[in-house]
Design a protein around this ligand. Structure first.
Ligand SMILES: O=C(O)[C@H](O)COP(=O)(O)O
Length: 312
């Protein structure tokens, strides 16, 4: 009898651990074949996903034996949490396991965007020597602003502080008395943070409260010449308004790892085409060799424990 279906990529060692105790069906392309996935999940006690599998509507309706969803990551916006709760299906994210990977991505992006020297190879091979055009900015003493100051943002902040950056954040869900605010400029309003940050990094989940949070008005409230990094979720940022701010030169650059539609649809690709100083990556900030091992091991352990507990 099938115990666990894994519909997106997962580390082999963690899979082998699960296979030693359970019947596992692993196919990292299943997220793109929802009908087949529904059929498989109808017999399974557990489902392990990343961010592409829509654990909602028809999939949940088909999943009659489902007891546990293991999430190889932290974002839960692809999962209908209310429906899972109502059915008694546990949803288990890999909390914290990819935070270092995201933090290193954000720091790298901040340095690349501020310095602006790392796209000169083509010009140099053409015989140019564009030194004056490539005089960039230092991170030290600039202000890194965080929208959302949870554990991933704090991993970024400690690294940014080590570079000599000032740390500022807006997080209405963290009480002012929380010790994490020590040494951090705490902003009561989003507008206050936007006006202060030289580098703005987004670290909030996609919820009804955060959808469209960084819209045209928010972007126009940012410091002229600031740069923006989004590793949270695409729906939080108005992509068209960002491109407009980049083209107008109000913002100096952006790095986007997450998008309203993933992979990019044709219209979004056209929108982003040739936008100045825009770095695009395919939802990979949280995925490194090491984080994939940690996330997979944590998820395997979470699912194993839940299945054993439920059987007992
Ligand atoms: O939510 C997350 O942690 C990110 O989406 C990365 O995880 P994923 O690759 O599993 O989506």
């Amino acid at each position: 009898m099938l115990d666990i279906v894994v519909s997106e990529f997962m580390d082999e060692a963690a899979l082998d651990g699960l296979r030693s105790e359970f019947e596992v069906h692993y196919d990292p392309t299943l997220a793109d074949r929802p009908r087949e996935l529904e059929l498989l999940v109808s017999a399974a006690r557990a489902l392990i996903v990343r961010n592409r599998t829509r654990v909602q509507g028809p999939l949940l309706a088909a999943a009659r034996r489902l007891e546990v969803v293991g999430r190889l990551g932290v974002g839960l916006d692809n999962i209908d949490l209310d429906a899972c709760r109502a059915r008694g299906i546990e949803v288990l994210p890999a909390t914290g396991a990819n935070a270092v990977a995201v933090a290193e991505y954000v720091i790298a992006a901040a340095l690349v965007l501020l310095r602006g020297v790392f796209a000169a190879t083509d010009a140099m091979l053409e015989g140019q020597w564009p030194r004056e055009r490539l005089v960039g900015r230092e991170a030290a003493r600039r202000r890194m602003g965080f929208v959302g100051f949870g554990s991933t943002a704090r991993q970024v902040a400690s690294r940014a502080a080590a570079l000599g950056m000032r740390i500022a954040a807006y997080d209405p869900h963290l009480p002012a008395t929380d010790p994490v605010w020590q040494g951090v400029e705490r902003h009561e309003t989003l507008e206050g943070l936007l006006a202060a940050a030289d580098v703005l990094s987004l670290h909030v989940p996609l919820t009804a409260e955060t959808r469209g949070l960084i819209d045209a008005t928010a972007l126009s409230a940012m410091r002229p010449g600031a740069v923006l990094i989004n590793t949270s979720r695409g729906g939080i940022l108005d992509e068209a308004a960002l491109v407009e701010a980049l083209r107008a030169g109000r913002l100096a650059g952006a790095a986007l790892d997450v998008f309203a539609t993933e992979p990019l649809d044709r219209d979004t690709a056209l929108l982003f085409d040739a936008a100045p100083n825009l770095i695009l990556t395919p939802h990979i900030a949280g995925v490194t060799v090491e984080s994939n091992e940690r996330v997979s091991a944590m998820t395997a352990a979470n699912v194993r424990k839940a299945l054993k507990r439920k059987r007992a």
